[in-house]
Write a protein that binds this ligand. Structure first.
Ligand SMILES: NC(=O)C1=CN([C@@H]2O[C@H](COP(=O)(O)OP(=O)(O)OC[C@H]3O[C@@H](n4cnc5c(N)ncnc54)[C@H](OP(=O)(O)O)[C@@H]3O)[C@@H](O)[C@H]2O)C=CC1
Ligand SMILES: N[C@@H](CC=O)C(=O)O
Ligand code: NA
Length: 430
């Protein structure tokens, strides 16, 4: 029986230093929970001269990844270095060497998770990745364990802390997009390349991970419809508010007999929707299970200690399995064939904001386009003409297919200029 479990930590930045802090500060509790000592024996860094957010003995640090991956005394490799190829290779090597792996890397898990989990199964090793989605929220564990008895039919989440922080600051404090992004970066929420936050890729990766798990099928990044924050125009947040909606960057996925649809986009959420009041860097995931009905998990989606909480919980799970000698026993193989829904069977209400020449007959020309495509309108609002003789029209549709929405937008371009358009969440009565 082991009396000590040793960790090799790949990365000592925002998350890695949080992992060290929690392991140090909660050492007594961990010893009580596990009955053994858990300690960090080696840490990979790039730059030996950097100031660190947590302190460890200087001799644990190395810039040579092989020194960690080839160390037979290490039981668990914690990958919090980020990036793609090197991190993926490190996870593969660690699994090949029979080590348990914990990662916070959604880039790797979204794009290579299926093959890495298969490798973990073959090598009878654990590969845990709770921190990869919604930092401090135990969402992976909830889908794998808490809701294991149910069939999930939809998931909706605010799964990117940076974009939620930016939208909150813009709405509540009238902050500019640039200032809000700079603050999110300074607070350690944004990715090394924040374009993956604001362009929706980070959230899309998280939705791939969640949807694959929730529906027990392979979901690929190409399957996700992605629209980023660049689609948002000045005045859109206020317009949303005027109609009783809140603009949020939301990841959504549903499964029915036509297949799965997954999207990440700025959408209009009714103010009464539970996700509308999730602000700043907080995340929340709203789940609908056939048996359980609605549930929602809420918490910090990014940041050093919240994310490290999930990483260390995965370490604890791996330690328990080591002590019971049951690592690598989870079933990861997908149960269902991958089936993605076509555009013409994805239904929603839409918001269309147009700029039109303020002249006689323009409104009837526009509404005729909607009728031709079988898209019925819930409301039409016209704003007075500006000095340039153009006025703005805001149209809300009833539920139409995404294909109808795209066809209408394309055809409108001859008669009007489309300023912005968004999906509206909710039923007709919202
Ligand atoms: N920050 C957050 O809130 C969250 C992050 N994540 C994920 O966690 C992972 C880590 O993120 P975060 O801690 O923010 O990243 P940081 O950039 O803060 O830290 C990365 C660490 O890895 C080290 N590192 C990176 N590449 C190399 C390399 N090639 N060789 C040696 N060392 C290397 C860096 O070394 P050095 O310090 O010397 O530069 C640094 O210590 C990422 O996958 C991220 O997506 C997940 C959820 C939330
Ligand atoms: N950049 C990410 C960090 C956590 O995954 C975010 O903003 O959510
Ligand atoms: Na999580």
């Amino acid at each position: 029986m082991k009396n000590e479990i040793s960790i090799g930590l790949l990365g000592f930045g925002t998350v890695g230093s949080g992992v060290a802090t929690i392991l140090q500060q909660h050492q007594k509790d961990l010893r009580h929970k596990l009955g053994v000592e858990v300690s960090i024996k080696k840490v990979l860094i790039k730059n030996k001269n950097k100031d660190r957010l947590a302190s460890l003995e200087p001799e644990v640090f190395t810039t040579d990844i092989e020194e960690i991956l080839n160390d037979p005394s290490l039981d668990i490799i914690v990958e919090v270095m980020g990036g793609m190829d090197e991190a993926k290779e490190a996870i593969e090597k660690a699994l090949a060497a029979g080590k348990q792996v914990v990662t916070a890397n959604k880039d790797v898990m979204a794009e290579h998770g299926h093959e890495l989990l298969k490798l973990a199964d073959e090598k009878k090793c654990d590969l845990f990745y709770e921190a990869s989605v919604a930092g401090g929220i135990p969402i992976i564990r909830t889908l794998e364990d808490g809701l294991a008895s149910d069939r999930i039919s939809s998931l909706m989440g605010i799964v990117n802390g940076t974009t939620n922080f930016i939208l909150t600051k813009m709405k509540q404090e009238n902050m500019s997009y640039e200032d809000a992004l700079a603050e999110a970066t300074a607070l350690g929420y944004a990715e090394a390349d924040p374009s993956s936050d604001v362009d929706g890729l980070d959230a899309a990766r998280k939705m791939v991970i969640l949807s694959s798990l929730a529906y027990s099928t392979e979901v690929h990044l190409d399957d996700v419809l992605i629209r980023g924050m660049k689609e948002i125009r000045d005045g859109d947040l206020e317009l949303a508010q005027g109609f009783g909606y809140t603009m949020k960057m939301v990841g959504s996925s549903t499964k029915d007999e036509d297949g799965i649809e997954v999207a990440v986009e700025p959408i209009f959420l009714p103010d009464s929707h539970p996700l509308s009041s999730v602000n700043n860097e907080f995340n929340a995931v709203y789940i609908y299970g056939d048996a359980v009905g609605e549930t929602m998990l809420y918490g910090p989606g990014a940041g050093s200690l919240p994310t490290a909480t999930s990483v260390v919980s995965d370490v604890i799970a791996a330690c328990r399995n080591i002590l019971l000698e049951v690592n690598g026993k989870r079933v990861h193989a997908a149960q269902y064939e991958r089936m993605i829904k076509p555009e013409d069977s994805r239904y929603s209400k839409y918001f269309h904001r147009l700029s039109v020449k303020d002249e006689i007959g323009v409104l009837s020309k526009l509404t005729a386009i909607y009728s031709e495509h079988g898209a019925s309108l819930q409301s039409v609002k016209q704003h007075p003409a500006e000095d340039d003789g153009n006025s703005e029209l805001v149209l809300l549709t009833h539920k139409i297919s995404r294909q109808q929405h795209l066809d209408v937008i394309k055809e409108l371009e001859g008669t009007a200029s489309v300023i912005s358009h968004y999906r509206i969440e909710g039923e007709e009565s919202a």
